[in-house]
Design a protein around this ligand. Sequence first.
Ligand SMILES: *Cc1c(COP(=O)(O)O)cnc(C)c1O
Length: 393
Amino acid sequence: MKKIQPNPASLDPQTLVVHDEHDEVHYGAVTMPTYQNSLFTFPTHAEFDAAMDDGRGRFVYTRGNNPTVRALEQRLAALEGGERARCFASGMAAISSAILSTVRAGDHIVCVDQVYGPAKQFMSTYLKRFGVETTFFDGTSVDSLRNAMRPNTTTVYLESPTSMSFELQDIEACARLARSRGAVTMIDNTWATPCYQSPLALGVDLVVHSLTKYIGGHSDVVAGVVVGSEERMERLNADEFMLLGGIMTPQSAALLLRGLRTLPLRMEKLQANGFAIARYLEQLPFVAKVNHPGLDTHPQHELGRRQMTGYSSLLSFETKGVPLEQMRRWGDALAYFRIGVSWGGYESLVIVSRQNEAQKESAFVRTRLYIGLEEPALLIEDMERAFREAGIH
Ligand SMILES: *Cc1c(COP(=O)(O)O)cnc(C)c1O
């Protein structure tokens, strides 16, 4: 049987995700089988002992290691250019475990202010109970990060672009600053995916993803991953991974391995679709701003070109002088956009802002769009019709 042993560093992402290393154990199966078992057994106690003493390398119990999950971890580590990955039950399990692996009571975290909501809550509220404090900084300014850092800062948490306002951080500059102060840098790379942004190469220590989004790609699995160096990952593995136990199931790993096959292919189409919609929105008279870092009107467009090789298809826009209720009627009138959170699947999504105090004071309404795999001309037609029906012009 043919043995393909690609050197991951030498492969483009699409080739990387379609080639597996096969061996006799799997009978040449073209996809990695789903090892739906909780435990692994041994013919002798000597072999059992050897496996127990080599906890990382060997399969003993699925809370620690499972072949299907490991196949996915190896693939994700290769895609991110990291030494090791560990998969979790959700993006939040990955995020909370990664953060916990870098702090103890009395430590301080600095985090970008527009960060994903539950991650913000975990740092600002939950960790406070354990004596860990967090300061939030303006991600568009490295000086703001510098000013927020304290002697006891152990962790700098980034998310670039952020997933509501699509602001970027200068990843290399932030990581360099953190490193010079002895702090670990981690980043949520969910938006850009490993196809379009490689934070480890820019000096970041740990990369986290919600695999629920683009990497899963089919809105049928909730999962997360942390990627980093062998040394950093071993610490996280021994403590947060093994003790908190928020592991990925083998079935989820199998779905994710399937999703990964087409990730680069999907991202290309999604990127094109996202740009088409962003450019359409930009020329509407009642649209004040389109938040998409790939547009040359984005204030950090140049930074984006330096640190990303492409753009995904989650964006937001702000309408001016249109009452919130009218924008919500527009959202309801859309035929091809479903109303819902999450993103990264095949289907387009919309969320018009909810009524809140800040919104009442503002002349702007923010709408987030996830552009899926439908033809962009059809999506534009749908939006135009809905604008007419909602009386917006
Ligand atoms: C969805 C999301 C998460 C959380 O991931 P879950 O899989 O839902 O736990 C984290 N970061 C970003 C940017 C997300 O969009």
